[in-house]
Design a protein around this ligand. Sequence first.
Ligand code: PLP
Length: 220
Amino acid sequence: MLHLDSTMLSPDVVELADRLCGLLPPSLSKAQFLNTGGEANESAIRFAKIASGRFEVIGMAGSWHGTTTGASSATYAHGRKNYGPAMPGLLASPAPNAYRCPIRRCREHCDMTCLDIGFDMIGATSVGSEVALIVEPVQSAGGIVVPPEGYFQRLRDHCESRGILLIFDEAQTGLGRVEAMFAFEEVGVVPDILTLSKTLGGGLPLSAVVASEEVAAQGK
Ligand SMILES: Cc1ncc(COP(=O)(O)O)c(C=O)c1O
């Protein structure tokens, strides 16, 4: 009964939403609860698409976002083979991996050119309907990849200049798994949509998508 659905809310669900949003900046003020990380990402993508009417979603090479259709289509770490077509409108950008650099400018040579090249490719392959970019602050299945300092600020700038919403998937990093409560605090960039799972339920199947009032209202 606690988790019946998202249209009939019990007081406990409202209290949980209040407590969760109380940990987050004012721009992340609307929470929806689901069961798994995949569903939370599915819902985040759905919110972004419905809010804008656009449909192209960018994922990062090396990413893992879940096994449902939308989340798995934005997943590039593995699990793409032998299933047939992915969801239409999915684009990819190089992994933010300075250790095994996608453009071979590893470690001390890293100047995050991969990000600019990625967005050039996105611009070239997009049909003009870009809506959101989904990213893990630390890639998990991709090999515990910590992006170089300043990466997310530059990513944010690219997203803003193209009018794309930024979704942070914090299934692995949220709620105290990195030094800060959330990895977005650590990297100094507040996403437009945040997804959480795993640690949120402490073993029970509980996940969340948190967005601004504006995105949540339009995405209904
Ligand atoms: C970063 C990330 N996002 C999403 C998921 C999917 O979560 P779930 O298995 O609860 O659907 C995972 C699962 O490992 C994950 O690591």
